[in-house]
Design a protein around this ligand. Structure first.
Ligand SMILES: [Zn+2]
Length: 83
């Protein structure tokens, strides 16, 4: 297992050995699911442009239909920044 990076604003991200990315939004008010996996486990959608501190491209959309918060943002230098 890789390490989860707390990117802030409730988002945690884990780059995978195969180049994919897992990311989740921590528990949101009103949601019963403790954590929600937003990305597919074998995602090739995001590129890890820098591993430490973590920088990903392109942006991530925290899909409300999957239990996310609806934010659209970038993970740059290990931190979430909304667009
Ligand atoms: Zn979110």
């Amino acid at each position: 297992m890789g390490q989860w990076v707390d990117a802030g604003a409730g988002h945690v991200v884990q780059p995978l050995a195969d180049g994919g990315v897992l990311w989740e939004h921590d528990t949101l008010p009103g949601y019963s699911v403790p954590r929600h996996m937003v990305s597919p486990a074998n995602s090739a959608t995001w590129q890890v442009t820098q591993r430490d501190p973590l920088t990903l491209l392109p942006s991530l959309f925290c899909d409300t239909s999957l239990g996310g918060c609806g934010q659209h943002g970038f993970v740059t230098q290990g931190r979430w920044s909304g667009t």
